[in-house]
Design a protein around this ligand. Structure first.
Ligand SMILES: Cc1cc2nc3c(=O)[nH]c(=O)nc-3n(C[C@H](O)[C@H](O)[C@H](O)COP(=O)(O)OP(=O)(O)OC[C@H]3O[C@@H](n4cnc5c(N)ncnc54)[C@H](O)[C@@H]3O)c2cc1C
Length: 442
């Protein structure tokens, strides 16, 4: 039997968080000079901001490509939440354990440091990232924060209206508690009109709002819930996989889904559940309000937002389209959905997990080449997305993108829509995500 006295005297006091006198030691207060992590080793220090698809892939591959680097990953969330498959989770095609992944396991397996904190500032002149736990310096910085919901584009300084909209009509497009709130909302819905506002392009995962409409419609159909879903789309047509989605809407959910094109939001009154668009005004009982998307806050903190020809901020990173570092600072790379314009032909790469994973690996290789003093090899990604449109039988459609360098020297995109829904495509989706999770999480 171990007595309290022998436990206290037999174990080193520090290991128990006790001072030499046996009293509990007080935690040190955080100051502006608090150092989050002192330097280790003699290799470069690479700090990765954001532990989602791009950031976790980058951290894992940097350890491989730059073996003597010290790699630090900063992420606010306690676990990884996958947005891919989250629409399918809304109707229980996969469970919560499938979407949530342990982040400590890959950090330990691949040998990088994971710190849970909020990134609150970036001082590029001092090469420092400021966080809620202190400051950390870097030699190379990777910004992989995904997107921000730009409610301010609609509401300006009216934070109360933005907060009310976010908390009452969550979009569930960023890993957060919003996904759980949305699932509860769908499963408790008794009937009426649900509007979905789609963000203007470019936005995260262009085909996924239509997939969400399909899975919700399927749930309402099989449970005999008298629901109408209005998709308010700023685009003139459904895209991508327009024909496949149109067939699903018309053949499977003709009384439930209405797609309204050219419905750019002009004004939103969340308190009175009314939305004014360029295609007319709509009242709603429930809503999934997706505001415009922009690069994550950290790109703004780093002062790396691009400007258009008129000098207005675009909301996306100002970066080299082939090498993925900031135009203003080649020690800072941007990976994933925050990335800016790639080509005059198609604008942005699709804001997808597939592309975030692909670019993160390219960037890790490019940093490795630079550290070794080699020529940097510019590489191109591809992209692939599967979207569930029917719950029984479970059938999906898909889209693929390929890239090459065109005669004008710019990146060119070829898009292939697979519009015929089949169970095989859903099986391919599971193969895809299994391969991805094996790549950087397991
Ligand atoms: C419903 C839905 C379905 C989708 N389906 C697919 C699909 O089938 N296939 C596909 O390829 N893509 C899909 N996507 C898109 C995919 O989720 C994104 O493109 C992908 O997550 C982008 O990776 P990222 O690393 O840029 O951002 P994220 O994966 O969002 O990672 C960003 C991370 O940064 C963290 N972060 C941000 N700011 C801070 C801060 N200040 N401090 C600390 N941490 C911070 C966030 O918490 C987050 O973990 C889907 C998206 C949605 C919403």
């Amino acid at each position: 039997m171990i007595h309290r006295r022998s436990l206290l005297t037999g174990a080193p006091a520090l290991a128990l968080g006790l001072s030499a006198t046996g009293l509990l030691a007080a935690p040190a207060a955080l100051t502006a000079d608090t150092i989050l992590k002192p330097r280790e080793g003699r290799g470069p220090r690479i700090v990765v901001c954001g532990g989602g698809w791009g950031g976790m892939t980058a951290a894992r591959y940097l350890r491989q490509e730059v073996p003597d680097a010290e790699v630090i990953l900063l992420e606010r969330n306690p676990f990884f939440w996958s947005c891919p498959m989250s629409n399918k989770w809304l109707i229980n095609v996969v469970d919560t354990a499938f979407l949530t992944q342990d982040m400590l396991h890959p950090a330990n397996k691949y040998g990088y440091t994971l710190i849970q904190c909020e990134i609150i500032g970036i001082e590029r002149d001092r090469k420092i990232v400021r966080t809620s736990q202190g400051s950390v310096d870097y030699d190379f910085l990777i910004l992989a924060g995904g997107i921000r919901n730009a409610y301010d584009v609609w509401f300006g300084d009216d934070k109360a209206a933005a907060d009310y909209t976010r908390t009452h009509f969550p979009s569930a497009y960023i890993p957060s508690a919003e996904h759980v709130a949305l699932k509860n909302k769908i499963h408790n819905f008794k009937g009426g009109t649900i509007v979905m506002t789609l963000p203007p392009p470019p936005h995260r995962c262009p085909p996924s709002p239509y997939e969400r409409a399909c899975v919700m419609a399927w749930h309402f159909k099989v449970n005999n819930i008298p629901a109408k879903i209005l998709i308010l789309d700023p685009k003139p047509m459904i895209a991508p996989i327009g024909a496949g989605y149109r067939a699903a809407f018309d053949e499977l959910y003709p009384d439930i889904i209405t797609h309204v094109p050219n419905a750019r939001v002009r004004e939103l009154d969340p308190y009175n559940k009314r939305i004014m668009t360029e295609a007319g005004d709509f009242d709603f009982d429930e809503a999934i309000i997706m505001p415009p998307h922009q690069a994550s806050d950290m790109v703004f903190y780093a002062d790396l937002i691009a400007r258009d020809a008129e000098g207005r901020p675009t909301g996306w990173a100002d970066m080299h389209p082939r090498l993925f570092h900031a135009n203003a600072d080649d020690s800072v790379y941007i990976v994933g959905d925050s990335m800016g314009t790639i080509s005059p032909q198609f604008g942005h790469y699709p804001k997808s997990a597939h592309v975030a994973n692909y670019i993160a690996k390219i960037v890790a290789r490019n940093i490795g080449q630079r550290v070794r003093g080699q020529d940097v090899v510019a590489e191109l990604p591809d992209n692939l997305c599967y979207m569930l449109v029917n719950g029984d039988p479970r059938e999906a459609i898909s889209v693929e993108f390929f890239y090459e360098i065109g005669p004008d020297g710019n990146v060119q995109q070829t898009q292939i829509d697979v519009d015929v829904r089949t169970p095989d495509l859903l099986e391919e989706d599971f193969v895809w995500i299994d391969g991805m999770f094996n790549d950087f999480l397991r």
